[in-house]
Design a protein around this ligand. Structure first.
Ligand code: PEP
Ligand code: MN
Length: 269
């Protein structure tokens, strides 16, 4: 069934959600690094029945050049192995036509648009054009700056291309004062975007909000309290050795402890 509001036509029952009362949990490394790292992380996550989607960055938008910019296409083959071995759904970030084509060719289940891409309507339109006629869920992270209309505009571009299984990810906004968070959560933005995009599930990414693992619990619980439909949490079998975002990633055991500490059915406000 499809429902329409002013600017969006969305599927009433999105594939992104579990379908149950518990939040959807998307976990996996910031970046795909090696096949062993992917499989080791995914095998451990598979044991946790609260986790339904395995994420991994294949192409990484780094702030400055010269850092690890992603493993590229071979990572998609590792992701296929993760999926066939563990049964977890897979999700990757796409930022251009080539990424979309390669991800689709390798059977990725869910795509997401990163914060640095949502900010650019040309890039979002390019992705939307590449997805014309394709039936796949797409999650859209908030733009780096707190511009709700730009976030909504990205949803609309994808929706006009025929994508009806849409989701939102709040990953915080850049500010001049990045203490204590790497990217500041703007909780009122959740209510604002929900009002503009009713029925579109909202997932919180506490990893990119917090920037450090000791703050994940507080941010996650607040998001759930405000009615977030899911959490995306960066998880790595050896976080301190990660090639990107080492300080915010948790081990699968750390994720288990984090999820267990959360009131997952916390009364929504
Ligand atoms: C990521 O999810 O690894 C990522 C690059 O996030 P963001 O687009 O929120 O910076
Ligand atoms: Mn990351």
């Amino acid at each position: 069934m499809q429902v329409s509001n002013n600017s969006l036509t969305i599927t009433a029952r999105t594939k992104i959600l579990n379908g149950g009362p518990l939040p959807t949990v998307i976990a996996g490394p910031c970046s795909a690094e090696t096949e062993e790292q992917m499989l080791q992380t995914a095998r451990a996550l598979q044991q946790d029945h609260r986790v339904s989607v395995f994420r991994a960055g294949i192409w990484k938008p780094r702030t400055r050049p010269g850092l690890f910019e992603g493993i590229g296409q071979v990572g998609l083959e590792w992701l296929q192995n993760v999926k066939s071995e563990t049964g977890l759904q897979t999700a990757v970030e796409v930022a251009n036509t080539q990424h979309v084509e390669q991800a689709l060719r390798h059977g990725v289940d869910i795509l997401w648009v990163g914060a640095r891409t949502t900010v650019n309507p040309f890039s979002v339109q390019e992705i939307a054009d590449a997805l014309q006629g394709v039936d796949i869920p797409v999650l859209v992270k908030n733009p780096v700056n707190p511009d709700i209309q730009l976030w909504l505009g990205a949803l609309e571009r994808l929706n006009r291309a025929g994508i009806t299984d849409l989701g939102l990810i709040h990953r915080g906004f850049s500010t001049v004062n990045n203490k204590p968070y790497r990217n500041h959560p703007k909780w009122e933005a959740i209510a604002q975007i929900r009002a503009l995009a009713p029925g579109v599930p909202l997932i919180c990414d506490p990893s990119h909000i917090a920037g450090r693992r000791d703050l994940l619990q507080t941010v996650s619980q607040q998001a759930l309290h405000l009615g977030a439909d899911g959490l995306m949490i960066e998880t790595h079998c050896n976080p301190d050795a990660a090639l990107s975002d080492a300080s915010q990633q948790v081990t699968p055991a750390g994720l288990d402890a984090l999820l267990t500490s959360l009131d997952l059915e916390s009364e929504r406000v």
